[in-house]
Design a protein. Structure first.
Length: 99
């Protein structure tokens, strides 16, 4: 597996876990960029939008596009299942056990 694919899987699960742990199950693109940077998974805004679009197209998040640069992503029930490790999805890293 290419490094780019591994990084995308890690970015996607990090996005889902972050949204799941958010008080309102959502975050804007700027917040998600900061979270990915903190976990050494940083990427450009365009790359982040690509990951969020992928998650939306596959039913794991919904996205409200307020402008070209202001997106609000919210996790779906299916996304929570993936973030909790209850669903295993190709293209998203399975989270490790928490404890």
């Amino acid at each position: 597996m290419a490094l780019q694919d591994v990084q995308a899987e890690h970015q996607r699960i990090s996005i889902l876990i972050s949204l799941k742990e958010s008080a309102d199950y959502g975050a804007n693109i700027s917040m998600l960029a900061d979270i990915l940077q903190r976990y050494a998974l940083g990427c450009s805004r365009d790359q982040l939008k690509t990951q969020v679009n992928w998650l939306e197209q596959n039913g794991y998040v919904t996205v409200e596009r307020l402008s070209d640069n202001t997106w609000i992503a919210k996790i779906t029930h299916a996304g929570v299942d993936v973030a909790n490790g209850h669903s295993v999805v190709p293209g998203i890293k399975r989270p490790g056990p928490r404890g």
